[in-house]
Design a protein. Structure first.
Length: 76
């Protein structure tokens, strides 16, 4: 049985683009971008996985998988 992290890493690798994250969360890229700028529990946790390489923004696949699986919450 494949875990969430295995599925996401097979599809996206160790880092996800904003577009890949939006697809995974079934949201539009622009809608997700706006949501991540607003202070909320979910945006805070997702932004902790954010990495900037040059002008590009990526999200750690492992961190996103843990959020999806409920292993990470804003209370931690």
């Amino acid at each position: 049985m494949k875990t969430t992290i295995n599925l996401l890493q097979e599809k996206y690798g160790p880092l996800m683009t904003l577009e890949a994250l939006a697809e995974t969360l079934n949201r539009s890229s622009e809608g997700l971008r706006v949501s991540l700028r607003i202070r909320s529990d979910l945006s805070t946790v997702i932004n902790l996985t954010k990495r900037k390489l040059g002008r590009r923004i990526y999200f750690k696949t492992e961190g996103i998988a843990k959020i999806i699986d409920g292993e990470v919450t804003s209370n931690e």
